[in-house]
Design a binder for this molecule. Structure first.
Ligand code: AHM
Ligand code: MG
Length: 294
């Protein structure tokens, strides 16, 4: 590596550290938005989902805080059509409030972030780091960076490290599959029936919380291709690739049905993807079952 690329790698590394700290600091404000900005905003996001005031607020908070960091060159999110740009060398892609339909029943919700070396839409290989925050009984944060996944608790003065080596447990225990059973393809339905006989169902309606179950207990989470929506529901750049980066760094696998989500190069910022994440052998079996996915 040349001296100048050494310097820019070090610069990017410093910016990534600042991004992670700023997201941790912003979590308390997002929790407040969840508690106070509970009404529908009367708007839809670029995927056509109705937005809550809390979705819009979380998006504004992260746009403002991310772009205020020296070195952050752009901010893209599930809640806005276009990328906001400035000068810098790393690029943010975020789902500011994942699982916001859980707001009314007071179930888990979270924030997902991916830090890319190129402006989205971009290839998954350009991820430098990724993570998520869960606004659950406590606020926790999981970060994948430099080949390791770490978990922190945020409800104290400083972010407190509680696990410095998050790894997908070898023996899988839980599964959670999105979309109605009637909307699945026959191949996915057969695979789901096999899994149902082996593992315990855990499905909470927020991908971050469901994948955090997989990180803790081993297993598989999927939001598959649906008969009516062959690309599924979840967005590749804001949800799929960051979560795939975390699960793969923790020793698991990701797949869109035939390839790792990190090998995908989206044409569109808001492109959707079938998504399957979890223990490697379960993802291998999934791929063998659904081989004619897109
Ligand atoms: P959102 O980002 O608009 O909240 O949508 C994504 C969420 C995922 O967290 C979750 O897995 C999925 O939508 C749940 O969908 P469904 O309600 O169809 O089960
Ligand atoms: Mg989401």
């Amino acid at each position: 590596m040349s001296k100048s690329s050494d310097a820019s790698a070090a610069q990017a590394d410093q910016t990534v550290a600042q991004v992670i700290d700023t997201i941790a600091d912003t979590a308390a404000d997002v929790r407040t938005a969840i508690a106070t900005e509970r009404e529908h905003s009367g708007t839809v996001n670029p995927s056509g989902d109705e937005q809550l005031a809390a979705d819009v607020r979380a998006d504004e908070l992260f746009e403002q805080r991310m772009l205020a960091i020296d070195g952050v060159a752009s901010y893209a999110s599930e809640e806005r059509a276009d990328v906001t740009t400035t000068d810098g060398h790393v690029h943010m892609a975020m789902d500011p409030l994942d699982g916001s339909s859980n707001l009314e029943p007071n179930s888990g919700m979270g924030t997902i972030f991916g830090v890319y070396s190129e402006q989205p839409p971009t290839h998954g290989k350009n991820l430098l780091a990724a993570g998520f925050v869960i606004y659950g009984p406590v606020t926790s944060m999981v970060v994948a960076r430099d080949g390791a996944v770490k978990e922190y608790i945020l409800d104290s003065e400083e972010k407190r490290l509680v696990d410095d080596d998050v790894t997908v447990p070898e023996d899988p225990t839980v599964f959670g599959f999105g979309g109605g059973v009637d909307s699945w393809t026959d191949n996915f339905g057969s695979f789901a029936e096999e899994v149902r006989q082996e593992l315990k169902l855990r499905y909470g309606g927020a991908m971050i919380a469901d994948i955090n179950q997989v990180l803790n207990y081993g297993g598989i989470f999927a939001y598959p291709a649906l008969e009516s929506s062959p690309d599924g529901k979840l967005r590749l750049q804001f949800e799929g690739q960051p979560m795939a980066y975390i699960v793969e760094t923790a020793g698991g696998r990701s797949s869109d049905g035939s390839t790792s989500l990190l090998d995908r190069n989206p044409d569109e910022l808001h492109e959707r993807t079938p998504l399957h994440l979890g223990n490697a052998d379960l993802i291998d079996r999934l791929e063998a079952s659904v081989e004619q996915y897109p």
